[in-house]
Each structure stands twice: as structure tokens, then as C-alpha cells.
Design a protein around this ligand. Structure first.
Ligand SMILES: *Cc1c(COP(=O)(O)O)cnc(C)c1O
Length: 381
């Protein structure tokens, strides 16, 4: 049996968790929380990082920090995970969905501007599969309208955008960005996330929202002599034992990324050498790097994709689709403005994600690709 995902353990997680326990500060914002945040800030030049219990939480913090209120409009892709929208919907926002590109499931940078109205309060982009959205024109356009950009960088750890000879980490463009350390992501702590605050003016309030609406963080730095309730917020910080787990992954990230990229490249090589006109391979624009988060195929039809999933499953391989577009979801269909989003629907019907995890072997990949080859021989269409 080849699972779709298998969370990778570096081997040092328990050592750091033991140390966190021995240190006696097990709740949030302890030694390992600070170590992780500092390492992320230094590695990717993020202004300020706060660990959260999930990317969903980090996105909720972003929605609160931007003061999203009932009636405000937020533009985002429909082809994304529920959390991207959920965080803003909980603040009462109306989500205005943009379509995907035709060559890539990521948001179509040219499908955003015409959706802007006087009520637009944020643009949320998702770096699908860790592949950068074209950030330069997007940021220029958002600046013109003075609309803040939030990056849902859940899948985009250690991935970059390259323009005019400069390389900049994804997550460092938006006023706020959110990462996920869910076990399905490149580096993980079971559940986990991180909010990046790139606008220095938002840091103080972010810490307050993070700490249940109190100025506890300032108090422990000795900046104020008492702490209390000063704003809204929630309990967004993870226990330091979670951060200790994450730290083991963060210090190993170069090895993890290298391994994932080599597996990604191997899939790509195997499919390219087969040179089938019947499957579309992932497209990576020249301004984007690949962090090996996801390898997917785009098939000719929904039916063919479902048949291939069954064929793989019957042979012990779990491959999965992605996503049900949010504008067609049970929850939002009636609230959506009715526009059809053809590219989003196209990828939702045809995209198939193949197993990709640290411990996957080249032999297993060869087996998977051969199974797919057999499938096309048999269907003989
Ligand atoms: C995984 C994912 C999330 C949610 O992450 P959690 O840490 O599970 O909350 C949000 N957005 C995208 C694009 C994701 O891939």
C-alpha cells in the first residue's frame, strides 16, 4: 500500500519536546516558540512571526487585524482550501471569488482588478502547490487601490518569487501571511501554523490578539507593569511542546526540501519521457521556484480522473483530487454572486495529486507511473 501522505519525522522531535518539558515552560511563547519564530524571521526575512495552532488560526488573526467587518468584500481564489475563506467569513465578510489561471490552478492575476469595488478590504492570494502567484504586478495593482494583500502561504514554505534578479520568499510580500504546519505540509507539527506580520505597525496588536486580547507579551518583556484585557483576540498560541516538535523540522528544512524536490523531479522526468499528450504536467512560471510540495496531473475529463483514482486504489496507491471549488460549496453556493469560474471548475474536475512524501522511493514512483501507463493502455482512448 502506498499512502497519499506520510508525515516525516526527523528524529529530534522527542529530544526537543523533552527539553521543553524539562525547561518547565510548556504553555505558549516559551523557548521553542521563540527559537522557531526567530529562525523563520532570519531564514526568509520576515519582519515578525508568531506561531499559531494552525494556518486557519493565522488567517483568522489576519482577518481580525485588518478589521474586516460585516459587508466588507474580500477577493480570493475559489480554487483553495476552505480556511482561506472561512477566516474572513467569520468576520462577516462577503467573499468575492476570482478564477484560476488557465495554465495553473493558482489565482489569475488578471482576474482580480475588475472585481474591486468601494467595499473591497483585502485581496487574499494562495500560492497553490507552493508555486508563486505573480506578485510584482499584483502588489503594484493592490497598492494603486490601497488594498492590503494577505498571502495564504500554507503550502509555500521556503518557496520564492524571482523578479529583476531579486529573489524574495513567499510570505514576505503581503502585509500579513499565513503558513501551515499541518502534517500534510512540507514541514509539520501535526497541527500548527504561523502568522507573518510584514507591516511593523500591526505587530503590537497582533501580539495582543494572539494572547486572548491581553497585553501579556508586552508585560513579560517588561514594557508595561501590569497586563489586562485591551482588545479582542483568542487563544491562538500553540504549547511550547508543539513548537519544540516544529523546531526539529525547521532546522532540517534544507534536507527535507531537497528530498521532496528530487522526488518531484523524478515524477516529472518519468512522465516527460513517456511523453503522453493525454496528461498535462504541472506548469511552473519562470518567476517561481518549486518547493516540492505537490505533484499533480491534469487529466482530460472528470470521468477519466475518477477511473484513474479507482485503478490506482485497486492496486494499492492512494491518489487524491483537489479542491471542490468554494463558489460551488454547499455553504457558499447561495451566497456567491453566481459568476461561473471556468478554470477553477476545470482544475477541480481534472486535477489528480500523486503520493509525495519524504520516505517515498524512486522504485515506488516508477511503480505508480507504470500503473498510470497501464491504465491509459487499457482505456485505449
Ligand atoms: C493546508 C491549508 C490550509 C489550512 O491549514 P491548517 O494548518 O490545517 O489550518 C489553508 N490554506 C491552504 C491553501 C492550505 O493548503
Amino acid at each position: 500500500m502506498i499512502p497519499f501522505n506520510k508525515p516525516y519525522i526527523t528524529g529530534r522531535e522527542l529530544e526537543f519536546i523533552s527539553d521543553a518539558v524539562a525547561c518547565g515552560h510548556i504553555s505558549g511563547n516559551g523557548k521553542y516558540t521563540k527559537l522557531c519564530q526567530k529562525l523563520a524571521e532570519e531564514s526568509w526575512r520576515f519582519h515578525k512571526c508568531l506561531l499559531t495552532t494552525s494556518c486557519t488560526d493565522a488567517l483568522e488573526m489576519a482577518a481580525i487585524l485588518l478589521d474586516i467587518k460585516p459587508g466588507d468584500e474580500v477577493i480570493m481564489p475559489s480554487f483553495t482550501f476552505v480556511s482561506t475563506a472561512l477566516a474572513f467569513v467569520r468576520q462577516g465578510a462577503k467573499v468575492v471569488f476570482a478564477d484560476s489561471r488557465s495554465d495553473h490552478p493558482g489565482i489569475d492575476e488578471h482576474a482580480i482588478e475588475h472585481l474591486i469595488t468601494k467595499k473591497t478590504r483585502a485581496i487574499v492570494v494562495v500560492h497553490y502547490a507552493g508555486i508563486a502567484v505573480d506578485m510584482k504586478p499584483l502588489m503594484e495593482m493592490a497598492d494603486r487601490y490601497k488594498i492590503p494583500v494577505v498571502e495564504d502561504a500554507a503550502q509555500a514554505i521556503d518557496s520564492f518569487y524571482i523578479r529583476d534578479g531579486a529573489t524574495k520568499a513567499l510570505g514576505s510580500f503581503g502585509v500579513l501571511s499565513a503558513f501551515s504546519f499541518h502534517e500534510t505540509k512540507n514541514i509539520q507539527s501535526g497541527e500548527g501554523g504561523m502568522l507573518v506580520i510584514n507591516d511593523p505597525k500591526l505587530v503590537k496588536r497582533a501580539e495582543i490578539i494572539w494572547e486572548k486580547g491581553t497585553n501579556r507579551a508586552e508585560f513579560f518583556r517588561g514594557e508595561v507593569n501590569k497586563y489586562g484585557w485591551v482588545d479582542v483576540g483568542s487563544s491562538f498560541l500553540p504549547a511550547d511542546t508543539i513548537a519544540a516538535f516544529l523546531y526539529a523540522q525547521l532546522i532540517d528544512i534544507l534536507d527535507i526540501q531537497q528530498k521532496r524536490r528530487s522526488l518531484w523531479n523524478n515524477y516529472n522526468r518519468l512522465f516527460e519521457s513517456w511523453n503522453s499528450s493525454r496528461i498535462q504536467l504541472p506548469f511552473i512560471p519562470d518567476y517561481a521556484t518549486n518547493n516540492g510540495h505537490m505533484f499533480y496531473l491534469v487529466l482530460e475529463s472528470f470521468e477519466l480522473r475518477q477511473q484513474l483514482i479507482s485503478h490506482l486504489k485497486a492496486n494499492g496507491v492512494l491518489a487524491v483530487f483537489h479542491y471542490l471549488p468554494l463558489h460551488l460549496s454547499d455553504y457558499y453556493r447561495d451566497k456567491h454572486d453566481g459568476r461561473s469560474l471556468p478554470n477553477s471548475e476545470y482544475f477541480a474536475d481534472r486535477l489528480l495529486r500523486l503520493p509525495l512524501y519524504y520516505e517515498l522511493t524512486f522504485e515506488q514512483q516508477k511503480f505508480i507511473v507504470e500503473l498510470i501507463h497501464d491504465f491509459f493502455e487499457k482505456t485505449n482512448q
